[in-house]
Design a binder for this molecule. Sequence first.
Ligand SMILES: Nc1nc2c(c(=O)[nH]1)N[C@H]1C(S)=C(S)[C@@H](COP(=O)(O)O)O[C@H]1N2
Ligand SMILES: [Mo]
Length: 216
Amino acid sequence: MPDWKKLIAGKIAVAKKGSAVPGKLNDNARVPPGQKQVDNFPVLDMGIKPEIPLEKWQLKVFGLVEKEVALDWQAFQALDHITDTSDFHCVTRWSQLDMDWQGVRVRDVLEMAMPLANAKFATMHGYDGYTTNLPLEALLDDDVLIAHSVLGAPLTREHGGPVRMVVPKRYAWKGAKWLKAIELHEHDKRGFWEVRGYHNDAFPFEEQRFSEDDDI
Ligand SMILES: Nc1nc2c(c(=O)[nH]1)N[C@H]1C(S)=C(S)[C@@H](COP(=O)(O)O)O[C@H]1N2
Ligand SMILES: [Mo]
């Protein structure tokens, strides 16, 4: 078992002061303030990396929907797949540019579930028990994907395979690895990091790292 308290405190310390990545801060306009550019795609999670055999894998959309959706691997493969290239910004102060994610638009999967009129917020659930939250509207953008591949290869288990979410406009903790379900609610409900002091909105170019900077 990972030492959760230590891991959590360590990640928050790095995000506050910045020491995870050696080197100089980058002046590329695509790299948000306080971030350093990397190209080695670091791995970040709480140390639990669930292994989900494809024949057991399932992705659900539930909560405030007209029609609950449960996709197995075959049904997921049959959906429209696209490639979207975007930049990846981790709150622990590294950014990797030009990540060519392949997968299905979250919007397309949500559409199958037909969200009810009062569905305004979403919780993403990972197979490791991780959660993160976003307004439903944020999931409708073209670049928000349920990705199965990146950098020309299927997602490794450590990066969230079989599939993970990618929400390029937010810090990377908003993208759940080992994605298991998307739950729709009427009211916002903070996820794993959001209840531990991370910002609810998480826009990298505004450096929305911590909830002490929340607008509420
Ligand atoms: N299921 C799950 N998703 C997760 C996490 C996690 O611990 N569990 N960590 C988040 C955090 S804090 C970051 S920075 C990114 C890191 O993704 P990477 O390991 O592919 O770089 O995944 C996010 N998604
Ligand atoms: Mo993170």
